[in-house]
Write a protein that binds this ligand. Structure first.
Ligand SMILES: NC(=O)c1ccc[n+]([C@@H]2O[C@H](COP(=O)([O-])OP(=O)(O)OC[C@H]3O[C@@H](n4cnc5c(N)ncnc54)[C@H](OP(=O)(O)O)[C@@H]3O)[C@@H](O)[C@H]2O)c1
Length: 283
């Protein structure tokens, strides 16, 4: 069963699991708009609501859990329902912000994901954590301004990231969900892209993919945080993130991980490839 099935990772994951011959149950709040593949069993569910979760999980043996489809209490309820339904395994979409050190208490994103990791660990079910670095899909936030003017406004154009393609996160999750060897159980994979790129370099890659000039204009940290904040990212958490990006200027980014290659057997997709896959979003 895949939560967040119409999302960035979920949609790739559903396709990948079907291609691998698995039976897939895909959750969405709106099946009519979901446009999921015919081979998937598509079920309606709002995980932050009070609906009975048991029927959603009946017969499922593995669960892909994405906080984007509901964190906090929604996760606890879903994990409890999974235990009751006899689900054997949870693959959790977590975050590289979690480091298994005291620092996990020091920022919103690490705390949120570390809490859910704890819930999953304590469930007694089999588990694998996919701790992604900065998602390439975050840069879809630049699409409106690139389409309009070719200019991206950011506080730290020199911030170094290791952008990871949603298809790589999905591929790692699919291997862990379907694995019969036990090799991926109790593993917390740090999943990054295959290269370090600054914000300015990512903007340039989008320009190359769409065949247009793109550039970065530097703005204040506060303006960047206000632009980034939204329903899923409180302003204070956005400020923390922007400050974190500031520490990544001219300093080593998170180290690159070879987890995609180790788990899937092929190298991670580059940001240039991601930009080519998303030309329609920026054109
Ligand atoms: N962004 C990063 O750099 C980063 C880094 C590390 C980890 N992460 C983690 O990755 C997550 C994002 O993953 P993603 O990009 O694949 O997500 P996404 O594209 O935002 O997809 C989320 C999906 O969840 C579903 N959903 C939303 N609210 C729901 C609800 N109340 N009940 C049921 N389903 C609901 C939506 O589907 P419907 O509209 O069809 O219901 C949506 O398509 C973050 O939340 C974070 O935990 C992110």
């Amino acid at each position: 069963m895949v939560t967040g099935a119409t999302g960035n990772i979920g949609r790739c994951l559903v396709g990948r699991l079907l291609a691998d011959g698995a039976a897939v149950r895909a959750l969405t709040r709106d099946p009519a708009r979901a446009a999921l593949p015919d081979g998937a069993e598509v079920l309606r569910a709002d995980l932050t609501g009070s609906a009975d979760l048991a029927p959603l999980l009946a017969g499922a043996d593995a669960l892909f859990l994405n906080l984007a489809a509901g964190g906090g209490q929604a996760v606890t309820a879903l994990v409890d329902a999974a235990i009751a339904a006899g689900v054997r395994r949870i693959v959790l979409n977590s975050s590289m912000a979690v480091t298994d050190t005291a620092a996990d208490d020091s920022n919103h994103i690490a705390r949120m994901h570390a809490d859910v990791e704890r819930t999953v660990r304590d469930s007694g079910l089999e588990w694998t954590f996919v701790r992604g670095s900065n998602y390439s899909t975050n840069t879809l936030a630049w699409a409106p301004s690139i389409r309009a003017t070719g200019v991206v406004r950011e506080a730290h154009p020199g911030a170094q990231g290791t952008p990871v393609h949603e298809a790589d996160l999905a591929d790692v999750a699919a291997v862990a969900l379907l694995d019969r060897s036990g090799a991926h159980l109790r593993q917390a994979y740090r999943v990054t892209g295959p290269e370090v790129l600054t914000t300015a370099q990512q903007v340039a890659e989008i320009g190359r993919a769409i065949g247009r000039q793109t550039q970065v204009e530097q703005i204040s940290e506060e303006a960047a945080a206000e632009a980034m904040a939204g329903p899923h990212l409180p302003l204070e958490a956005a400020r923390e993130l922007v400050r974190l990006f500031g520490t990544m200027v001219d300093a080593p980014a998170f180290p690159i991980s070879d987890a995609v290659e180790r788990v899937t057997g092929r190298p991670g997709r580059t940001y240039a490839e991601w930009a080519r896959d998303h030309v329609a979003d920026f054109s």
